[in-house]
Ligand binder design. Sequence first.
Ligand code: G6Q
Length: 544
Amino acid sequence: MTGGTTPLTSLPAFKALGAHHASLRGVHLRELFARDPGRGERLVAEAAGLYLDYSKQRVTDETLGLLLDLARASGLRARIEAMFAGEKLNVTEGRAVLHVALRAPRGARIVVDGEDVVPRVHAVLDRMADFAGRVRSGAWTGFTGRAIRNVVNLGIGGSDLGPAMATEALRWYADRRLTLRFVSNVDGADFVESTRDLDPAETLFVVASKTFTTLETLTNAHTARRWCVRALGEERAVTKHFVAVSTAEAEVRKFGIDPANMFPFWDWVGGRYSLWSAIGLSLMVAIGPERFRELLAGAHAMDEHFRGAPFERNLPVLLALLGIWYDDFFGAETLAILPYSHYLARFSAYLQQLDMESNGKRVDLEGRAVDYQTGPIVWGQPGTNGQHAFYQLIHQGTKLIPCDFIGFLRPLDEVGEHHPLLVANLFAQTEALAFGKTAEEVAAEGVPALQVPHRTFPGNRPSSTILAQRLTPAVLGALVALYEHKVFVQGTIWRLNSFDQWGVELGKALANRITPELTAPAEPRLTHDSSTNALIRRFRRPGP
Ligand code: G6Q
């Protein structure tokens, strides 16, 4: 597949990028803009309602040409087709990778193991729509006949972050008579604080778990069941207050949820790619089926763009290549995601899982240790709050931190002058990072000599700006799909399996071993290292 057997770092395009980096690393963005005054309108691309300005990135036409060569030499085109064709790209688990099928329109055809999955996808979406409609209208009642006012999603990781992020992002569109909560942590405080003010008679739990064996989710689900049954007096209440989203019908039955109240999805949907599936049920209840379908349509528009647009105008490909440029050639270790929208408060956390769980890998598809950098540390917070916290380091620290700024031209609610103030801050940050402020400029303002170095901004700090008209469900869908495909392109070039997550297993297994050692009545014989043994003994010591 990817570039035959030639190691990535031996590909001519990779080597050429190395040499090119040596000649470009000393060139300032000020110079690149001075050389090409049209750069800000030229180095842009647009698709699915998103406008990407990457002119403030440390690239020239030559850089882009070489990065595109690298993409082609990595067999990217064939790999995109393989994903859409339902090939089992998740080789370590023998699974297809078909989140794109979850947002394919009715009538499209995507075949897995000889079966067109699109009709199945729409059958589940229709059932979800029916259910969401009944909850929203009050037709679905709790055990005592009262309408549902609260929906609590019990899930973790991919079964939590997507719907939690999107419910927050699309709160403006939500039915405000409903309260949505997301409980993920096995720390009992999460459940207690999330249900403290809820009436069990009006509360519906959505137990969202692909495997239905996840310790955190099952622990929370059992606690929720006790909370519900204790208040409502009967085990039978469970049928009216619990629904499940899962691939594992037998486990759902075992828990006591009627499979009629279970919304399925499939093993070709990875957890962190599952927002579009029945895992989005709580979101659909919040915003309604129509809005949910707009979200899917936005993602589908990005899918079509990704699959069809030439790489040089392809948003996910461009973002991916820019990331590789900094990761592998500039030695950047992180990527900051900076949305200038309060609604996108959870967006960076969501992308953190998407990117870091997908491409935080150290061996390639053949199991060989790689000799290049792979996925970045993804972090960030909504602006402008971050400006008053960590931007100092981005502007004047010793580290190179590429940034993705995300903003909207129009607000959902016009509130005085808030929106122009917000957007001015976004634009100003990208300008300040790129161009900085020289010592001469600082001195010319009459700043005392002692302060000049402290008040100088080196600039040349790269960023992309992604703009959309408004934060609509379709725009959110396109934005999430943009990053999903970016991660896929990078995983392809880095030759990783972006769709497994074995790195979460060891900690789980060790926790299962330690739990009985913490709770056993008799002093257990501890055989860990001296640190872990001492921590366990400290836990077991009677407290004050
Ligand atoms: C995501 C991972 C992981 C998963 C959770 C929850 O890609 O697979 O975050 O979503 O571990 O798993 P369950 O849905 O099976 O409870």
